[in-house]
Design a protein around this ligand. Structure first.
Ligand code: ADP
Ligand code: MG
Length: 322
């Protein structure tokens, strides 16, 4: 039987030298951010049967637990430095730990983000990560920075993760191949860190957030924080490749209010259109213009002809409804 300390040593403590002044093993880790930079800190928790199915593939879970946290750094325009991992496990299962840690470290290494500490306890499976990043003062992509007249942009594509969920729930009939492709988006999101870093260099820092609970609900947070409204062209929203083959009504619903997308929604003055496209190219991230910030409060959804759309959509809320 693995002891708590053997488990940490075997699966989470690595021999290689890291960026931290002091990593795993003492009461605290010590990080030395670049002088003059600000620390960006964010926490995301993944709970079994709430954020993932019981028996979920541990490698994908390792990836996703860190991906959703890196996505928050991306949405702020911060460069990842390190993270802590608080883990409750029902048992010390070597096969699970091997899969989980390999998925976790593959993504951590891709962004040079070091595991610097954590906590390990027995209990129902629960994964809580806190990420630390850095950014230059005044360069954060804050939700309160949207201004009337700004364009609204989306990275990548939306809705395939929600379509995968619909497949699991039998809300939608999907063939096995289409479902597997959509499920990749649900289980293995790619945090848009490179785009966030490129956007943070624009002459005016955009407002931004990552879309985790569905675009309509999440964009609402930017509108509320910035005290503005918006017009969103629902038919301009880029659908994921699997969703793109589905009927229009489903495409509209899942692009506008899907959830689990981990794309960035951001705003920028129309004068910066070329600069935004360049940031997309520089970071290898497709970006699409999907609407405009307006002074009048509220979110107005329109179709390709500019006619009002009433979709009755809401963002995901863990405490609302069922
Ligand atoms: P404490 O008794 O101070 O809570 P622990 O004995 O829980 O410390 O942990 C010992 C060391 O291992 C600490 O440096 C802690 O940050 C680290 N650690 C514990 N669990 C994990 C984990 N799941 N991943 C990474 N580091 C961990
Ligand atoms: Mg402890």
């Amino acid at each position: 039987m693995l002891s708590e300390f053997d488990l940490i040593k075997q699966y989470f403590r690595r021999a290689r030298p890291g960026r931290a002044v002091l990593g795993i093993g003492d009461d605290c880790a010590l990080l030395a951010p670049t002088p003059g930079m600000q620390l960006a800190v964010s926490t995301d928790m993944l709970v079994e049967d709430r954020h993932f199915f019981a028996g979920a593939d541990p490698r994908m879970l390792g990836h996703k637990s860190l991906a959703v946290n890196l996505s928050d750094l991306a949405a702020m325009g911060a460069r990842p430095l390190g993270f802590t991992l608080a883990l409750a496990l029902p048992q010390a299962d070597p096969a699970w730990l091997e899969g989980f840690s390999s998925g976790l470290f593959a993504l951590a290494d891709a962004w040079d983000c070091e595991l610097i500490g954590g906590d390990t306890t027995k209990g129902p499976l629960n994964i809580c990560i806190t990420v630390f990043g850095e950014l230059a003062p005044g360069r954060a992509l804050r939700r309160d920075a949207a201004r009337a007249g700004d364009d609204i942009w989306i990275s990548g594509t939306l809705g395939d993760a929600r379509l995968a969920l619909a497949g699991y729930w039998k809300e939608v009939e999907l063939d096995a191949e289409a479902h597997a492709q959509a499920a990749q988006r649900m289980h293995l999101p790619s945090p848009r860190v490179a785009l966030g870093l490129a956007l943070a260099k624009l002459p005016v820092a955009p407002a931004a957030l990552d879309i985790s609970d569905g675009l309509v609900g999440d964009l609402g947070h930017i509108l509320a924080a910035s005290n503005v409204g918006a017009r969103l062209d629902v038919d301009a929203l880029p659908a994921g490749p699997v969703l793109a083959r589905q009927p229009l009504a489903l495409r509209r619903r899942f692009t506008a209010a899907g959830g689990d997308d981990y794309e960035l929604c951001f705003t920028a003055p129309a004068l910066l259109r070329e600069a935004v496209l360049a940031a997309g190219r520089e970071s290898g991230t497709p970006v699409t213009r999907v609407g405009r910030i307006e002074a009048e409060p509220g979110l107005r959804l329109v179709d390709a002809d500019g006619a009002a759309l009433e979709l009755g959509l809401q963002g995901w809320d863990h405490f609302a409804g069922a």
